[in-house]
Ligand binder design. Structure first.
Ligand code: SF4
Length: 278
């Protein structure tokens, strides 16, 4: 079975995800976590560099070399049979990588599996980012907040970022993107009726292909942990963590059922198939 676990490589995993299946990760950011947000629940721990500036982090040639070094399958091709998808994510916000479009094009040429990007959507106001992101087969955009106040409290964005502008960028992206668009929403507490209604109205305007509702299901590292980029789920933690607020699975299910009814799109949430409680 294909397993790459070296924490210093840009290609890592594969990791098992309730949202994407078995996913091979590509980290275009590298060892120092860098993001335009510093979400209170971030599994990377406290973000080390807070920035909205695009730049080169990991050279495309390095990622290309790592993908080409994957174990070969019986047909002499990179062993992608054990994975469902490739995911650009990793140590921060992948759209900060100036070579995002280059990486997507290169990876698609090497491995014939769908490739997607997990993004916080903060750079979707930039037409170049929208154009590069549109190369991906699927894109999952974070949307945790309805109000500017909850945006500041939960996502702790760079001060220049405005929720309304991000929303406008996301709508523009939806108009030009023909791939699969998922919205990811992390619930730390139950929303009130007004926030739920506002969320539904926004989703009706956006028309995503699916919504993934989440809640923190594992402790958050207090300091930066590169291994957390790989959905690492130890039974015991060798570093300090804290338990985050979360909502019960029954409550996620109830909101999910309502969204599915009112929006008519597929919904996902943790423990959906197992029917387990949290
Ligand atoms: S957007 Fe993602 S990487 Fe950035 S702080 Fe939030 S959870 Fe962490």
């Amino acid at each position: 079975m294909l397993t790459l676990a070296t924490p210093t490589t840009a290609v890592y995993g594969p990791v098992q995800s309730w949202r994407f299946g078995r996913s091979l990760g590509i980290d275009p950011i590298g060892a120092v976590s860098t993001c335009s947000f510093n979400c209170v629940y971030c599994q990377l721990g406290e973000i080390q560099v807070s920035s909205c500036d695009r730049r080169m982090f990991v050279p495309t040639a390095q990622i290309c070399q790592e993908l080409q070094s994957l174990p070969l399958c019986s047909h002499g091709l990179p062993s992608a049979s054990a994975i469902d998808t490739l995911t650009l994510s990793g140590s921060g916000e992948p759209t900060l990588a100036q070579n995002l479009g280059e990486i997507l094009t290169m990876a698609k040429a090497i491995i014939s599996k769908p490739i997607g990007v997990l993004t916080n959507g903060s750079l979707l106001t930039d037409p170049t980012v929208r154009e590069e992101l549109a190369i991906a087969d699927w894109v999952a955009v974070k949307m945790d907040a309805i109000s500017a106040d909850s945006f500041r409290r939960i996502n702790r964005p760079q001060p220049t970022l405005k929720l309304q502008e991000l929303w406008t960028g996301l709508l523009q992206f939806r108009q030009q993107y023909s791939g699969h668009l998922a919205i990811q929403t992390m619930l730390l507490t139950n929303w009130n009726d007004r926030d739920r209604a506002e969320y539904i109205s926004r989703m009706q305007a956006l028309r995503p292909d699916e919504i993934q509702l989440n809640t923190p299901t594992r402790p958050q590292p207090l300091t930066h942990q590169l291994e957390a980029r790989g959905n690492h789920l130890p039974t015991t933690y060798s570093y300090p963590t804290r338990q985050l607020k979360r909502v019960k699975v029954q409550e996620l299910k109830a909101f999910s059922d309502r969204l599915e009814r009112e929006l008519g799109i597929p919904m996902r949430y943790p423990f959906q198939t197992a029917g387990a409680d949290n």
